[in-house]
Ligand binder design. Structure first.
Ligand code: SME
Length: 161
């Protein structure tokens, strides 16, 4: 199936997951599995959430699928993850070897996308995806991953976070 049709299909599936999930945690658990299992180029998929009250602010690894990472807690001034959370902007890196901010998770990783998750306009975490393929995250993928992150933000907002 062409990647566009697969993404369209998955867009519907993640929306259905979100509608059916009893909690945001359940949604994140299921979403990382779905994305990892179904997208060939999504080789590590995980959420980082800001630790409540941590000073300095800290991202903590939440639900993930893929190899264990040494980066279970990331300060906001480090990594691609820190850059996305502190700027509130999606960060796409086509070649991680050329980005000085990159914190290595796996030697196989070639490209990465990190999309912030917002609740009431504030960053509360992010969806991080690593690929073994260079430049895996085209604008089409960015839009899809942003949709996924927005579903989690909406679920957290609904649950009163
Ligand atoms: N590469 C990330 C660290 C997290 S791992 O990819 C799972 C970064 O540079 O922030």
């Amino acid at each position: 199936m062409p990647v566009t049709s697969r993404m369209e299909e998955l867009r519907t599936e993640v929306s259905e997951l979100a509608a059916a999930a009893p909690t945001a945690q359940d949604l994140m658990d299921k979403m990382v599995k779905l994305l990892h299992n179904r997208m060939l180029k999504y080789n590590w998929v995980g959420f980082y959430l800001l630790e409540p009250g941590a000073e300095p602010p800290m991202l903590a690894l939440g639900a993930f699928e893929g190899a264990m990472t040494p980066h279970t807690r990331i300060p906001l001034n480090q990594g691609i993850c820190g850059a996305a959370a502190s700027s509130g902007k999606t960060v796409v890196v086509d070649d991680v070897s050329k980005d000085a901010r990159y914190l290595a998770c796996s030697l196989e990783t070639k490209s990465e996308i990190v999309v912030p998750v917002f609740v009431h306009g504030e960053v509360v975490g992010e969806l991080d995806i690593d690929s073994h393929f260079p430049a895996a995250f085209t604008p089409e993928h960015q839009s899809f991953v942003q949709h996924c992150a927005a579903l989690v933000g909406a679920k957290l907002e609904k649950s009163g976070q």
